[in-house]
Write a protein that binds this ligand. Sequence first.
Ligand code: FMN
Length: 215
Amino acid sequence: MHILGIVGSMRKNRYTNLLVNSVIDEIKALAPESSSEIIYAADQNVAPCQVVCSKFCSENPYRCVKPDFAAELLETMIKADIIIIGTPQYFRGAPSGFHTLVEKLIAIFFNYETGGSGTVESPLKNKPCGLVGVAEYSNPHQMLEYLNDFCCLLKMEPVRLEKFPYLGVSGQGDVTKDQTFKPFERSKDLAAAIIQKIQSQKSLSTDTQSIKPSS
Ligand SMILES: Cc1cc2nc3c(=O)[nH]c(=O)nc-3n(C[C@H](O)[C@H](O)[C@H](O)COP(=O)(O)O)c2cc1C
């Protein structure tokens, strides 16, 4: 299994990176044969969606008229078996360097579905993903909701937890000491839930293949 981590922070070695890696490490502990890679939004310089060119992505499934790193990221996401995606809160929202990526990907999917025929299924349909949200003085749940919405628009499947905060792993302030959101305990829970999701998707597809059409 290949795990893709996406870190939305502009600081590559801070709390968002720590928590995204914590979930990846917990998945690897359960599935030691897995490989992983991390993509940092801080390394990219993607221009915002230009919007006026939407005819192109409405008519060309999951393509942008000006392919840049967002198109490359989409290809990498398609190849991954699991995606762990994390963002901090900067000035009430996601860092703009990360949001330009999110905006481009949403545009590619949304315009094709609403402005085009929408007949080609999302190449990310049912892709299991784990969400990580980080903040300091605000509630990090806001960032989990933002990421959850992003995943739903791309037809991916954010894996939920049975415990608070339910939508994924979140951390507030110094995440190594956070006793409210308990990010390291929730990382373990999320890893286990993701592995369970992969197993149930596999057994469902085996069951579906074994059903023979009646003559
Ligand atoms: C530019 C900037 C803006 C921020 N704005 C907010 C904010 O609106 N709400 C909040 O709770 N924390 C805010 N923070 C704190 C960050 O969410 C917190 O430091 C978090 O750990 C950042 O993630 P990182 O460690 O991965 O960079 C801000 C931090 C920075 C650098």
